[in-house]
Design a protein around this ligand. Structure first.
Ligand code: F3S
Length: 397
């Protein structure tokens, strides 16, 4: 790779140990993917924050990087394993809380904003069209590339941190025009509405892409979609298909920049949606946990839940997972009081997947296809997907 003199100095250790380690990680990546050079980035999103996933080995790596490492660009964090203010009420044990805070403190020492959210684009780490990023949260990567038209690869935890410390990333993959064109045309022949249905659609498209060994869908037939529906779709298609970029005709900014794929064409009907939905509902499920906010709930979603819960009481464990800044807006708007008076709980900074709750519940009901996937595979719950309205109905019934 061709390096600038500043990049070479970093590699030679002239900017400290962490910058050197970071440049080693990035040049190795660049060599593997045959990048010609590094590019400047606007911002970073770091994943791999839960102590449950990092363990002591991960924490040791972070502590070493924090000895002299400081981020050069706006950098935010993915959800942690607990709500940092309300962990006791959510049943998180003391030892875990102590270790989770050690992880977050190490990130903070490097100048990272400890937002602990998978929706950085809703709370200020909001890139613009065409800007280069190094993001490491699959749903947010998909949102940044597709909905915003920014450019990022799916980074891992160490490469995202290395990019934050150097302000650079190797120029390959989704940073380049030639890798951003649609590969498979999906014609949607039915109406799709709500976060749950967009999640189901993401599962169908993700599964089909997996079968075809392709990654970038070009989707027609969706006349409109909200931010919440798109974030649900992103999380789902990224989970089931490993997709980091899609084009949606009339909706995403680059849909007409590249030619529409014509060789692979798949039509999706109401029947496909119903079949995929049934695959996200386990037989004989006994629901004892409801969680909304995967990806993290927007203020619109919280307002809607508050309206549905006003004057009611929930009879089951009910979490709303969101970013702390969004929770603060909710507090000020009075939504939090309505929700908490109804007995539901906010789980800010975390979610039903990364919190250490494996086996604690029998069946989880969600509006998110991604939460279904990890609810089953990671937390060993039975799952049911449905609309936000029906999730609330189940909680109060
Ligand atoms: Fe976010 Fe957790 Fe879902 S990190 S995308 S709420 S699994």
């Amino acid at each position: 790779m061709k390096l600038t003199s500043e990049e070479q100095d970093m590699l030679d250790g002239k900017h400290g140990k962490s910058a050197q380690k970071s440049m080693e990680i990035l040049t190795t990546l660049g060599d593997i993917f045959e990048a010609g050079s590094m590019i400047e980035i606007y911002g970073v999103q770091i994943a791999g924050v839960s102590y449950a996933n990092l363990g002591e080995a991960g924490l040791e790596f972070l502590s070493e990087m924090a000895e002299d490492g400081k981020v050069r660009v706006l950098t935010t964090l993915n959800p942690a394993g607990m709500d940092r203010e309300n962990w006791q009420a959510l049943g998180i044990d003391k030892e875990f809380a102590k270790n989770q805070n050690r992880v977050i403190d190490a990130f903070a020492r490097m100048g990272i904003i400890t937002t602990c959210s998978c929706t950085p684009y809703l709370i200020g780490n909001t890139p613009h069209f065409g800007q280069h990023l190094a993001w490491a949260e699959s749903s947010a990567v998909c949102y940044a590339n597709s909905v915003i038209g920014a450019r990022t690869n799916r980074e891992g935890g160490p490469s995202a941190l290395a990019a934050a410390i150097t302000g650079k990333t190797p120029n390959y993959g989704y940073h380049l025009d030639e890798n951003r064109h649609g590969e498979v045309l999906f014609k949607i022949k039915t109406s799709v509405k709500g976060t749950d249905e967009f999640g189901v659609l993401g599962k169908i498209i993700g599964d089909k892409l997996g079968e075809l060994g392709q990654k970038i869908p070009y989707i027609t037939g969706i006349p409109n979609a909200t931010i919440e529906e798109l974030k649900s779709f992103c999380a789902s298609v990224a989970t089931y298909g490993g997709t980091a970029l899609f084009h949606m005709e009339g909706i995403t900014p680059e849909y007409n920049k590249y030619p529409k794929p014509e060789s692979n064409m798949i039509e999706l009907t109401q029947e496909n949606l119903e079949t995929a939905r049934s695959e996200l509902i386990d037989d004989d499920i006994e629901i004892d946990f409801i969680s909304i906010g995967c990806p993290h709930a927007s203020i619109h979603e919280i307002a809607k839940i508050a309206k549905l819960l006003e004057g009611k009481k929930v009879k089951k464990e009910f979490w709303i997972t969101t970013a702390r800044p969004t929770k603060r807006i909710s507090d000020e708007a009075g939504y939090s009081k309505i929700i908490e008076d109804a007995g539901a709980k906010f789980a800010a900074d975390t979610c039903c997947v990364v919190a250490p709750i494996k086996g604690r519940f029998k069946g989880i009901m969600v509006d998110s296809a991604k939460a279904c996937y990890y609810g089953r595979s990671k937390n060993k719950f039975n799952v049911k997907i449905d609309s936000v309205e029906n999730c609330v109905k189940e909680a109060i019934r």
